[in-house]
Design a protein around this ligand. Structure first.
Ligand SMILES: Cc1ncc(COP(=O)(O)O)c(C=O)c1O
Length: 373
């Protein structure tokens, strides 16, 4: 908690840093950047940086072990789950999951609440039988359904959904128990709040939003589900080998894993996930409040019950005002506020490391901008 506050205060004064609302890669905690800076030329006095270390060395072994143990602690991951880092981004998981877990005579159900869920579904379709049990495309991906209302086919190989849709800014606020294995893409909200790992059979997330630099993709998988993966398949898609060789059947993304470990330590120091969740809720509500109090000037994309705490999406009355808004924001040091090219408007990505102060200042800017229009 202390760490977040210090970070907020020094953020803008230090090296003229900007408030970076990028959807990922994105803002990293200042404490982490400083630790990297200290470690850069000689990690813990060992005479080399992490980038120069053999992934087979004891030193990197220590870094990897430290990162996975901290993550296990933070998420309270039970012993019957394996944790490892893969490559190829979350996008490779879209293919690797059906490749390993969709049987030739089986089917998987997909819930589609945005562009990423759609991509996951389309990739899985290339592998085998998939069934879309929900798709909010016609409604412009403005909401997530109540999971409890969805009819699931029994005997499916798995059900897949995306907990937070980064482009549309919608997320699920409730989980439910399923009687089929559950696979979840948590790329843009992992570690943003408390949740129960045991509600899932496989969780995956690219590092570049709430964890660290792009490169590593975190996989958390229940061992009984892992056993359903083929005994042997292409090395880079082989979940069993990844688990057995602790992320290292080949050279892993050493740098990305190292920074993830530092971010996990920062989350611990910041008070753990319960504290992080409170701060994230405060940050998002500052921005949603600015939308709600604008008398319709700003229009939120997401339905209120599905609003994301990580990606706040909205539009302005017309293109001219949107451009002016973005230009003035940039002049004030707020960058990457444009919405994804597929939906336009604005998007504010406020992952864990984005400072609360930045949300306060941006909300003020939103109020001020209306007065000038
Ligand atoms: C929810 C979600 N899933 C998947 C992806 C794809 O990730 P990657 O670019 O690491 O393949 C993204 C990227 O932003 C995402 O936000």
């Amino acid at each position: 908690m202390v760490s977040i506050m210090i970070y907020n205060d020094i953020y803008m004064n230090h090296l003229n840093r900007v408030y970076n609302f990028s959807a990922g890669p994105c803002t990293l905690p200042m404490d982490v950047l400083k630790e990297i800076q200290e470690d850069l030329l000689s990690w813990k006095g060992k005479g080399m940086s992490v980038m120069e270390m053999s992934h087979r060395s004891d030193l990197f072994g220590e870094i990897l072990h430290d990162a996975t143990s901290r993550l296990r602690e933070l998420l309270n991951i039970p012993d019957n789950y394996s944790v490892f880092f893969m490559q190829g981004g979350a996008s490779l998981q879209f293919s690797a999951i059906p490749w390993s877990f969709l049987s030739s005579d089986g089917t998987a159900d997909y819930i589609i609440t945005g562009a990423w869920g759609k991509k996951a579904y389309q990739e899985a379709k290339l592998v085998g039988n998939v069934n879309c049990i929900f798709d909010a495309e016609k409604e412009g991906y403005t909401f997530c359904p109540n999971l409890a209302d969805l009819q699931v086919h029994s005997g499916q190989d798995y059900i897949h959904y995306t907990s937070n849709e980064t482009i549309h800014g919608v997320c699920f606020h409730h989980q439910r128990k399923w009687d089929v294995p559950v696979v979840c893409d948590m790329s843009s909200d992992i570690l943003s709040k408390l949740f129960n790992v045991e509600d899932f059979d496989l969780i995956y997330a690219g590092a570049q939003k709430n964890m660290g630099p792009a490169g590593a993709t975190l996989v958390i998988v229940k061992d009984s589900f892992l056993e359903k993966a083929p005994e042997r398949t292409h090395m880079m898609l082989d979940y069993r080998q990844m688990a057995k060789h602790h992320s290292m059947p080949n050279t892993p993304c050493t740098w990305s894993i190292y920074v993830c470990g530092l971010v996990y330590k920062w989350i611990e120091k910041s008070g753990g996930l319960s504290e992080i969740e409170k701060v994230n809720k405060r940050k998002a509500s500052l921005l949603y409040q600015a939308i709600d109090e604008s008398g319709g000037f700003y229009k939120g994309h997401a339905r209120e019950d599905s609003r994301s705490f990580m990606n706040i999406t909205f539009t302005l009355p017309d293109e001219h005002k949107t451009e002016k808004f973005m230009m003035e924001a940039k002049e004030k040091g707020f960058i990457e506020i444009q919405g994804h090219r597929s939906i336009g408007g604005c998007r504010l990505s406020v992952y864990n490391a984005f400072p609360e102060k930045g949300c306060e200042l941006f909300a003020d800017f939103m109020h001020e901008f209306i007065k000038k229009c």
